[in-house]
Design a protein around this ligand. Structure first.
Ligand SMILES: [Mn+2]
Length: 218
């Protein structure tokens, strides 16, 4: 029997919520967990989130998609001026690492995990990007703007030419609800801002949600 295919929305440093979700999911070695990006920034413990992902990799297959926040973080690591990242929640990320002036405080394993993150992931029936997609273009021809920046509320896409169901994050539902239509699922349910962190089993449709304080949604 093959394992579950589970996607997780924007974590944004909400490690208590992430830990609670994983506790409820109880990942098995045959499971595949796809993290939709924006692991870091805004919330209180980006470092804890990355540590937890590294640990999770010992249990099951984990695929990380690069979010716009990781994109900004990498650009700063690679020498770009720290704005706008700091203004988009990078300050909280650096605080979680005990930053006092040098990016050397970031563990190599953490930078490596972010560098190896994917632009997209594709499975038999679904594809996964951080933010959005151009319905007419194949996945390997999507722009960075589409993959990581364009919001669903300003660029709502039709069904993708592949016929596969899109699974994305990035555009938060401030009421904490999953957005789902036939061709598209959005799992950003605004955890850092007071909503929930959401995971969905794409085979069964089962969802799990946790508040940023680490309590599961009843
Ligand atoms: Mn985002």
């Amino acid at each position: 029997m093959s394992g579950r295919l589970i996607a997780v929305g924007d974590i944004h440093g909400c490690d208590a919520a992430f830990a609670a979700l994983l506790g409820a999911i109880a990942p098995q070695p045959t499971d595949r967990i796809i993290l939709l990006g924006d692991l870091v920034d805004r919330g209180p413990d980006s470092r804890g989130v990355i540590d937890r992902i590294l640990q999770l990799r010992a249990t099951c297959q984990v695929d990380v998609i690069l979010g716009n926040h990781e994109e900004m973080m990498l650009q700063v690591i690679d020498g770009r001026a720290p704005e706008p990242w700091l203004n988009f929640g990078g300050v909280q990320t650096l605080d979680s690492y005990g930053f006092v002036g040098s990016l050397d405080v970031l563990p190599a394993s953490h930078v490596e995990l972010i560098r190896q993150a994917h632009d997209f992931v594709e499975t038999e029936r679904h594809f996964f990007t951080h933010a959005n997609y151009d319905p007419r273009q194949p996945l390997n021809k999507q722009t960075v703007a589409m993959l990581r920046w364009n919001r669903l509320d300003t660029h709502f896409p039709g069904p993708h030419a592949s016929g596969k169901i899109a699974v994305v994050g990035h555009t938060p539902d401030k009421g904490g609800e999953v957005f789902q239509v036939k061709h598209l699922i959005c799992l950003d349910t605004y955890c850092y801002g007071g909503g929930y962190l959401t995971a969905m089993d794409l085979g069964s449709g089962q969802t799990w949600q946790a508040h940023r304080d680490g309590t599961l949604r009843g």
